[in-house]
Design a protein around this ligand. Sequence first.
Ligand code: PLP
Length: 455
Amino acid sequence: MTTPADHLDQAHRQSLWTPFLRMETVLEHGPVVFDRAEGVYVWDSTGKRYLDAHASLWLMNVGFGRQEIVDAACAQMSRLPFFSMFQGYSNAPAIALAERLLQLTAPEGMGRVFYSDSGSEAVETAFKIARQYWKNRGQAGKYKFISRRNAYHGVTFGAMSATGMMSNRRMFEPLVPGFRHIADPNCYRNEFGTGLSEEEVAVAASEALRRQILFEGPETVAAFIAEPVQGAGGVVVPPAGYLQRCREICREYDVLFIADEVITGFGRTGTWFGSRTYGIQPDIMCFAKGLTSGYVPMSATLCRAEIFEAFLGPATGRTELRHGNTYSGHATAAAAALANLAIIERENLPENARVVGRYFLEQLRTLERHPIVGDVRGVGLLARVELVADRATKAQFTPAGSVGPKVQRRAQELGVIIRPVLDVLTFSPPLILTKAQADEIVAVMDQAIGEVTKV
Ligand code: PLP
């Protein structure tokens, strides 16, 4: 007899094209079709329960089942679901959300908000603001962007050109001209040397930025873009002082600093923003994911008032930002975002991320009893466990990615969802995680790693 779950499985295999996955993998293993969720747990169409230790895709910050977000979105949908922001049209939730975002980012010095729908678009917006800003300032030659290897900034052409993961770029080349990449500040493995202290990595990796700016010529560089903690690249936690040094170097050469806070925004790293955790004031900040905790799509790009002011003045063709999405400032999404931010503040979720995150990391470190665990690192509720073929030499598995996905699949069978980046296991649970749930994740990882190693 064909069950409804079987039907969904077959229909998915026959009709859907899955993002970022070889279709044969889906055909071989079948999709996991989710049906409902509550808190940190999600159930599939067969009734099996999973602890979502990845907050879906780094974003379900407040957890599932938040009726007040649903109510806020429904009320707004009934009243005015959407109206375009083009031609100077506006709506109350979009205005209120902009005010709230500026309050929240006041310590970072933000002065204006521009809306779009996804993280990729928030990054595209940042690039377009940066390029036009320099043109408006009479320095049209400043058009290049510097980003880092292993960075992930999205899938649209500009964001992809900034992305530093070769596998995401190769099949779409040639990419947008004007993007350069420097080494990331990975303290476990990097190209600066072996046995370096975190402080030495901070200096070497930030000096790589200075060298690149000088090599290109500061008069040609518009901006440096960085995720405060590289997420999709394998949760690369920066050493203390690195981001502050990069911030200073950008100031020294009149290069804008864009913080891509798509993952690190709204509590993930133990404070409201990754920039705050690492003590920097960027020129531009990109938000998505945790802005609405994924209840509906929305993103935002914020910039300092001085940048916005370079767009003021008479109609010269320079003062208009010829950019926007149909759904920019979507009223329903803004209402959901406001309700989401109210929960994050009321429940002090950044603090929970800090406290439970520290405990979670301590527990993850117990996994070091497995010989294949090479590196355990994290900040807030963002963590990595790198699996290696040889701990003494840090040798990677061949082929790369031959063990991480096996561990992920076994953990999934055991009821915990994580995300492997080749052989780096990444964790990004909802910010409501309790210590008991942290233990549940670690117990499953312990078993999964043990079983995969034994085979
Ligand atoms: N920037 C960062 C740091 C991200 O992690 C992501 C997505 O994971 C993006 C940008 C792109 O966001 P989206 O997938 O919403 O386009």
